[in-house]
Write a protein that binds this ligand. Structure first.
Ligand code: BJ8
Length: 424
C-alpha cells in the first residue's frame, strides 16, 4: 500500500520497500510496548503522534525548512552544542539509532564486535532507511569512543561528516582544547549556514535549549513522586523525542504534560500497584526504538524512575549560564556547561560515580540496573566502578550487557526478575 510520503522518501533516496517494512515493525513494536500501558497521561497522545509521524511530518518540516534556506545538522552525541546551530539559524537533529534492521549491511564495513548503536546508524545509512540522515546538510561526529571515531571515517565515504575533538580528561588544557573545538565548530556552522552568529541570536539559543532542559528537569522532579505517576517507558520516549522535535513546540507540549502530571501527583494517583519496586537505569543511551530493557523491567514487578544516561539526565542536568552579553562570554558559558558531561569516555570519571549515587539516593530507588551495549568498552568497564560506588552507598546494582536483538529477552527477564525480588 502506498504512503502519502512516498514521493518525499523517494526523493531522499530511501529504499521504499525496506523502509515500509521498518515502519510496520516499528508500529507493531510501539503498539505492544506503549499502547498496552494503562493509565497513561493524556499528554502522551502528543508523543504518540510525533512518533507515528517521525519519518513523515517531521521530515516534511525539515524539507520545508531546507527549501526556505535553513540547514539541517545531524549529530550522534550530546557534546555537540545545539546552541551554536540554533544561533546560526540551523536545525539540529539527533541521529543515534536503536534498531538492528541495517545490521547485515553495517557488518559488511564494520567488525562484528562493534556496539549496536554504531552498527545501527551505519546500517541505516547503507540500507537507505533513515530520512533524517538523508535530510542533513552536515553530519557531526565526535572523538568520544574509538568505535564511533573510526566509524565516522567510514561514514564520511557516504555523507558529509565533520568531526569535533572531545577531550578525554578535565584539566585546564582539556578545557582549552574544548574551547578551541567549540570555536572551530562555530566557524564551520557559520560557513554552512551562511549566517554569522550574533550575541543576540546566541543569547536566544542558549535560553531556548535551557528551556527545553528545564521542562525535562521538571518532568524528572514530578516523576520521582511516590506513588510513581508515569512509567519509565513514557519518560524515556519523551527524552528520545527531545532530540528530533522542534524545540519550541516540544517544550510547550511537555510543559502541558507536566501540568497534567502535577495534578496527578497532587491527587496521589500512581500508575503502578503498591509495592512495585523503584529502580533506576544507568549507562549507555537508548535511542528510538530501543525500549527493550525498560519494557522488561516494567513487566517484572518494577518501575523505572530515572535514567542516568545521555537520553536522560546526563543531557538535561546542567544548564548553560544565562546573562552573557558578548559572543565570547557566551561561548565560555557553553564550554563550561559541556565540560560537565560525565560520559564514560572521560578518565577518571569520578563525577559520574557521584552523580549516580546522588541520583539513586534522591529517587529512593531499591537498586540500579547498569546497562552497557555489548562491545561498548567505556560503559562496560566503568560498570565495575559504578558498582563499587553504589555498594559503598548500600545500593545494589545489576550489570547488564546486551544489544538490539530480541534473542536474549527471556534470559534478561529472568535476571531482572531475580534482581527485583532480591531488592524487595
Ligand atoms: S556523551 S555516552 S552520546 S559518546 S554505546 S557508541 S560509547 S561503544 S554513545 Fe555517547 Fe556522547 Fe558519551 Fe553520551 Fe561508543 Fe559505547 Fe557504542 Fe556509545
Amino acid at each position: 500500500m502506498s504512503n502519502p510520503y512516498d514521493a518525499m522518501w523517494e526523493k531522499l533516496n530511501l529504499d521504499l520497500e525496506a523502509h515500509a517494512g521498518l515502519l510496520e515493525v516499528l508500529g507493531k513494536f510501539y503498539g505492544d510496548i506503549y499502547m498496552s500501558q494503562q493509565g497513561r497521561l493524556r499528554g502522551m497522545e502528543y508523543l504518540d503522534f510525533v512518533l507515528s509521524e517521525v519519518h513523515g511530518l517531521r521530515i516534511k518540516e525539515l524539507q520545508d525548512a531546507k527549501a526556505s534556506g535553513k540547514k539541517v545538522i545531524g549529530t550522534f552525541c550530546i557534546f555537540v552544542p545545539e546552541e551554536i546551530v540554533l544561533a546560526a539559524g540551523g536545525i539540529q537533529v539527533g541521529l543515534c539509532a536503536g534498531a538492528e534492521i541495517g545490521k547485515d549491511e553495517a557488518e559488511k564495513v564494520l567488525p562484528r564486535n562493534t556496539c549496536a548503536l554504531i552498527k545501527s546508524f551505519v546500517g541505516f545509512k547503507l540500507s537507505r532507511l533513515c530520512p533524517f540522515i538523508e535530510s542533513c546538510d552536515l553530519i557531526v561526529g565526535e572523538t568520544t569512543c574509538d568505535g564511533k571515531k573510526k566509524a565516522y571515517e567510514i561514514f564520511s565515504d557516504y555523507s558529509p561528516v565533520y568531526v569535533m575533538e572531545i577531550p578525554q580528561m578535565k584539566n585546564a588544557c582539556d578545557r582549552d582544547l574544548w574551547k578551541s573545538e567549540v570555536l572551530r565548530f562555530k566557524s564551520k556552522v557559520e560557513e554552512i549556514t551562511g549566517n554569522k552568529i550574533t550575541a543576540a541570536a546566541l543569547r536566544d539559543a542558549i535560553h531556548l535549549v535551557n528551556e527545553r532542559r528545564r521542562v525535562l528537569q521538571r518532568l524528572n522532579r514530578l516523576r520521582a513522586a511516590v506513588p510513581t505517576p508515569i512509567s519509565g517507558r513514557d519518560v524515556l520516549l519523551i527524552n528520545q523525542i527531545s532530540f528530533y522535535d522542534d524545540p519550541v513546540r516540544f517544550t510547550s507540549k511537555i510543559g502541558e504534560l507536566c501540568d497534567e502530571l502535577e495534578e496527578r501527583v497532587k491527587s496521589g494517583e500512581g500508575i503502578v500497584p503498591e509495592g512495585t519496586v523503584r529502580l533506576m537505569l544507568s549507562g549507555c543511551p537508548m535511542a528510538v526504538p530501543n525500549w527493550k530493557l525498560p519494557y522488561i523491567v516494567e513487566s517484572s514487578g518494577a518501575v523505572v524512575v530515572g535514567e542516568e544516561s545521555c537520553i536522560g539526565t546526563r543531557n538535561t542536568r546542567d544548564l548553560v549560564e544565562e546573562g552573557g552579553s558578548t559572543v565570547d562570554g557566551m561561548v565560555d558559558a557553553i564550554v563550561d556547561r559541556y565540560m560537565r558531561i560525565d560520559c564514560a569516555c572521560f578518565t577518571p570519571n569520578t563525577e559520574r560515580m557521584e552523580n549516580i549515587v546522588d541520583m539513586a539516593r534522591e529517587l529512593e530507588v531499591k537498586g540500579v540496573i547498569h546497562y552497557a551495549l555489548s562491545f561498548c568498552q567505556p560503559y562496560s568497564m566503568e560498570a565495575y566502578k559504578v558498582e563499587k560506588a553504589l555498594s559503598n552507598a548500600g545500593i545494589p546494582m545489576l550489570a547488564i550487557e546486551t544489544d538490539y536483538s530480541m534473542e536474549d529477552v527471556e534470559q534478561l527477564k529472568t535476571r531482572v526478575e531475580a534482581f527485583v525480588e532480591m531488592t524487595r
